[in-house]
Design a binder for this molecule. Structure first.
Ligand code: CNA
Length: 248
């Protein structure tokens, strides 16, 4: 049996699957990840590390730099991004009742765009943005974020305060709803597919400790720390793997 046939067998035998993914899920849609050889961390961005630019410290001290990176590299300058075969197959697996939840570290909206409903975004989302002034907190869409840039490229609310994306920056606490829903889903799961994540960003990576089912699958181009715990490890492009998975 090939590794992909084994994955198919696990899926066929399971009734309560959880998918835990990272930036690798969206690379086939054209969004670079962080840690692949051609990911954002390999790029020089004014000699500042992306971990710093996407941190709460940078947000407070160098908002202009934060937003330059955010518009260029995270929002891809407004370029239209479409869900890929991975997002679509996962939405199909949910629609037939096998996949119970997607836990994602991604901040894009591609799982939802593909039709998935139970998506827990443990690092927040680019989809909504809010004014940082307590008492105002007005919500803005991605489109409005582009429209409301001041001369420094920082989007500004009607009240004059800065608008901040609802993404979890380094040094910030993870959204508690997404975290609690993820833990609950993992505790009930009989199969966990961990795919396209380097599993080095904590506390998100520690979520896998809540899984006690008997089918743990790791899918990644590279080795991960959790490979030794897995029942099946596939070191292949996950787009090629998902293309072969039959839902039904
Ligand atoms: P990461 O650390 O960049 O790891 C990505 C992993 O995916 C690497 O181990 C790659 O080997 C693997 N990978 C990339 N492409 C493929 C592929 N086609 N098939 C199989 N494996 C692949 O990203 P993580 O998600 O682990 O790190 C967490 C960060 C990245 C989160 O805070 C995210 O918000 C952040 N991020 C998100 C996006 C997005 O929303 N699309 C993009 C870039 C970074």
């Amino acid at each position: 049996m090939t590794d992909i046939e084994q994955l198919q067998k696990f899926i066929d035998e399971s009734q309560n699957i959880v998918f835990f993914g990272g930036a690798g899920v969206s690379t086939a849609s054209g969004i670079p990840d962080f840690r692949s050889p051609n990911g954002l961390y390999a790029q020089n961005y004014g000699n500042k590390a992306p971990e710093y630019i996407l941190s709460s410290t940078c947000w407070k001290r160098e908002r202009k730099l934060f937003y330059k990176f955010y518009f260029d590299k995270i929002l891809m300058n407004g370029q239209k991004i479409e869900p890929n075969i991975i997002h679509k197959k996962l939405a199909e697996l949910e629609s037939i009742g096998k996949l119970k939840a997607i836990i994602t570290q991604n901040i894009d909206t591609l799982h939802q765009d593909a039709g998935s409903k139970n998506v827990y975004q443990v690092h927040g989302t680019t989809f909504t943005n809010h004014c940082i002034r307590q008492g105002c907190n007005k919500e803005y869409s991605i489109k409005e974020l582009f429209e409301r840039k001041n001369e420094d490229g920082i989007p500004v609310c009607d009240c004059g305060s800065a608008i901040k994306p609802d993404v979890t920056l380094y040094e910030e606490k993870l959204p508690s709803d997404a975290w609690e829903n993820s833990v609950k889903a993992l505790k009930n799961a009989d199969m966990l597919i961990i795919a396209g994540t380097s599993l080095v960003v904590y506390p998100a990576a520690s979520l896998l400790n809540y899984f006690h089912g008997d089918k743990l699958v790791i899918l990644n181009l590279q080795e991960t720390e959790a490979d030794s715990m897995a029942d099946l490890v596939i070191h292949k492009d996950m787009k090629d793997v998902f293309e072969k998975i039959i839902v039904g």
